[in-house]
Ligand binder design. Structure first.
Ligand SMILES: [Zn+2]
Length: 487
């Protein structure tokens, strides 16, 4: 399973083999993953943020978390719980088109609840449950979708009007339930400071109050965990999906100036735009956009830089436009304008999220310079004593955050999106050929040579048939293996 491409595969085929609980569910450590949407890594330095700083003192901080391309909400939240790049987990944008399904996905519609968009990957809450544990989810993107036929044991259907405090109370109830019902792992999501970051722009002094309020909300979570007697034994990770950068209405790339909008459909919007040229218009659209504006990079899908890990999925569109930081790509200036935005290249520091964590699994008062957001998945699997599914992260890169070093540096087995490996199939076929060869030799050399010695019609004649039955049984058994690898 490790060597296969991701698209249209069923990773659950691998779950039973790879996700063996290493400890009994009763003794498994507890883990709560919190995301404050759009909480840029350096926000904690512009207001006192006493709760964030207390967590850092009690635990660990990673200064620069490189998230995944594109730095938008849905792709990054799915990476946090799968350890996969967008080209592998399939949630490649907030707005998508799937040419195989001929369906569109939008955060604003019920398309979000169609599991076919999510089933390329297995989120951690599903894996926890497959391994015999229990999980809970409060508004995390995708957590109210029946992914691989499973909802979290406890979850809240997405409703932005549910206050943070209510979400916290539900999560605490789930962790505090009687032993056989208590969750081992939960995810908790809050929409701020992303919403205000878009409206005000991150450089606005008004953002200070918003950040202070998120810090207060973290304080509420800490207090409630303490009251419930959970604080000391729970592992708490607080992070985000992306940062935010300041926009200016002077920094616009207007596509209408370069190419007629009748020639293409655009799918995901600024600052990274997926374009589908009309039939027969690819070269015309591409050549008109290429070099049209110095603040917009234009890529054919096959030329998207490898380091983006954003190429090998059918939901990535034939032409990709990428705005330079702070610029918007619009068709014309009538488009709504936001003072803050994200989605830009994930190498930009302004796009990087916060990361702090505390609990028995973590060191105290420790700062690590960097990690990849896909490293969080193997880290969480380690804390939960689950064997991770194939992923793009590395436990080795984040092992220093842990209070106890992992027993072995975990070799990550990154899935290879574009290519399928035939090595296991060829290996199986060679084995079959060898066994069949041996059987033919055995039947010919041993059994048939015995025939003259046997009385005609003797029941001993069943011996070759018995061998053939074994051979058929062997084929049956191995046909199963081979076909699984082909799926
Ligand atoms: Zn977001």
């Amino acid at each position: 399973c490790v060597t296969m491409g991701p698209s249209r595969l069923s990773p659950l085929l691998c779950v039973s083999a790879l996700l063996l609980p290493l400890v009994s569910p009763m003794t498994r450590p507890k883990l709560l993953l919190v995301s404050f949407d759009g909480f840029r890594w350096d926000y904690i330095n512009r207001v006192p943020a006493t709760n964030f700083h207390a967590l850092m003192k009690e635990g660990v901080q990673v200064e620069q978390v490189e998230n995944i391309y594109i730095t938008k909400t849905f792709p990054n939240h799915y990476s946090l719980v799968t350890g996969l790049y967008a080209e592998t987990h399939g949630i490649v944008a907030n707005e998508m088109y799937d040419p195989a399904l001929n369906l569109s996905f939008s955060m604003e519609t019920d398309s979000v609840y169609d599991p076919r968009w999510w089933d390329d990957a297995v989120p951690l809450w599903v894996s926890v449950q497959k391994a015999g544990g229990r999980s809970g989810a409060a508004m995390w993107p995708g957590s109210d979708v029946k992914i691989h036929g499973t909802y979290p044991n406890r979850y809240l259907p997405y409703n932005a009007s549910v206050p943070f405090e209510t979400r916290v109370q539900r999560v605490i109830e789930w962790f505090s339930a009687p032993k056989e019902e208590a969750v081992d792992f939960a995810v908790l999501y809050w929409e701020e400071p992303d919403e205000s970051g878009h409206l005000l722009g991150p450089e606005s002094p008004l953002m200070d109050g918003i950040i202070a309020d998120v810090d207060k909300k973290l304080g509420f979570l800490r207090t409630e965990l303490r009251k419930a007697g959970l604080y000391e034994n729970l592992n708490l990770i607080v992070t985000s999906d992306h940062g935010m950068t300041q926009m200016s209405n002077e920094k616009m790339v207007e596509l209408d100036e370069y190419v007629s909008r009748d020639l293409y459909t655009w799918v995901d919007k600024s600052p990274v735009v997926g374009i589908i040229p009309n039939e027969g218009k690819f070269e015309e659209v591409y050549s008109k956009l290429l070099d049209a504006n110095p603040y917009m990079a234009v890529y054919k899908k096959e030329d998207i830089p490898v380091r983006y890990h954003y190429q090998h999925h059918l939901r990535i569109m034939p032409i990709l436009l990428e705005a330079q930081e702070g610029y918007s790509i619009v068709q014309n200036r009538t488009a709504p304008f936001m003072l803050g935005n994200h989605g830009y290249n994930n190498s930009l520091r302004s796009m990087h999220p916060i990361f702090v964590a505390r609990g028995p699994a973590f060191r105290q008062d420790f700062v690590q310079p960097s990690m990849q957001s896909v490293d969080l998945y193997p880290l969480m699997c380690h804390i939960l004593s689950l064997r991770p599914l194939p992923h793009n992260g590395s436990l080795f890169r984040v092992k220093d955050l842990l209070s106890e070093a992992p027993p072995t540096p975990a070799p990550s087995a990154p899935p290879k999106p574009p290519s399928y490996s035939y090595a296991p199939v060829i290996g199986s076929m060679i084995s079959i050929v060898m066994v069949v060869g041996f059987l033919i030799f055995y039947i010919k050399e041993v059994t048939i040579k015995q025939l003259p010695a046997l009385p005609r019609g003797s029941k001993e004649m069943s011996q070759p048939l018995l061998q053939e039955d074994l051979y058929l049984h062997f084929l049956e058994t191995h046909r199963g293996c081979v076909s699984v690898r082909h799926i």
